[in-house]
Ligand binder design. Structure first.
Ligand code: GDP
Ligand code: ADP
Length: 207
């Protein structure tokens, strides 16, 4: 088999729409998918672990990484820095794994410029009321933080049109099936198949 490069997916949504729940369920069901672990200067939430959800990083170290050009993309979101390191994605793509970047619309724009084949998926909540209920139900943020996230939600959602696919996460299982279908379909893209089955295609065409 020819050398195969995996697909790079961008997953964005307002806080609380369910992107972490969806990607975690997808990772469980599909061993060809990996999540890129971002660096962030925000404090860990209860239950979060350094190196699992994020690399929790001091401001000073984050700024050093920017200066060293270690980031593929980075952005300021909710008064904190967030970024995807180059090291965290290219290795996995080269192994033929699909990689998910769970990033905001600003990061998504940077990634599209650097990597035009990246596939964008935007998750919408079924309503603003449901979004607020989910943020409360998650039980990880104070009322003040929830209200800040709600006030940013509309701004984040206004960028949905910059993405290739949109999923409304109303019924979780339905949304998960849609995500899985997108990942499966993208593996049959012509460009991907040419890389993966180049020798076979040449044989069939007797080139
Ligand atoms: N640009 C960029 N955004 C990120 C990155 N990691 C997380 N984000 C975004 O930062 C925002 C806040 O994430 P987080 O603090 O985990 O809160 P949550 O979305 O409520 O789980 C979300 O919009 C994420 O998509 C990253 O590496 N780069
Ligand atoms: N389809 C859904 N229906 C009801 N609750 C959901 C659904 N999807 C996610 N949730 C819940 O909503 C909360 C926020 O989801 P989460 O995955 O943390 O969102 P995000 O990563 O986008 O901030 C969690 O408590 C999660 O269990």
């Amino acid at each position: 088999m020819d050398r195969h490069t995996g697909n790079l997916f961008i997953l964005s949504a307002p806080s609380g729409a369910g992107k972490s729940s969806l990607y975690k369920a997808l990772l469980k069901a599909d061993d060809k998918v990996r999540i890129s672990i971002s660096h962030t200067t925000r404090a860990p939430r209860k239950g979060e672990e350094h190196g699992r959800e994020y690399y929790f990083t001091e401001d000073e170290d984050f700024l050093d990484m920017i200066a060293e050009d270690a980031f593929f993309e980075h952005a300021q979101v909710f008064d904190n820095y967030y970024g995807t390191s180059k090291a965290s994605i290219f290795n996995m793509l080269e192994q033929g794994l699909d990689v998910i970047l769970e990033i905001d619309w600003q990061g998504a724009r940077q990634v599209r410029k650097l990597y035009p084949d990246a596939i964008g998926v935007f998750i919408l909540p079924p309503s603003l009321k449901a979004l607020e209920e989910r943020l409360h139900g998650r039980g990880t943020d104070s009322e003040e933080v929830i209200q800040r996230r709600m006030s940013k939600a509309v701004a984040e959602m206004s960028h949905y049109d910059e993405y290739d696919f949109v999923i409304v996460n109303d019924d979780f299982e339905t949304a998960l099936t849609q995500m899985q279908s997108i990942f499966t379909a993208m593996r049959s893209k012509n460009t991907v198949m040419k890389q993966k089955y180049g020798n076979l295609i040449n044989d069939l065409l007797s080139i």
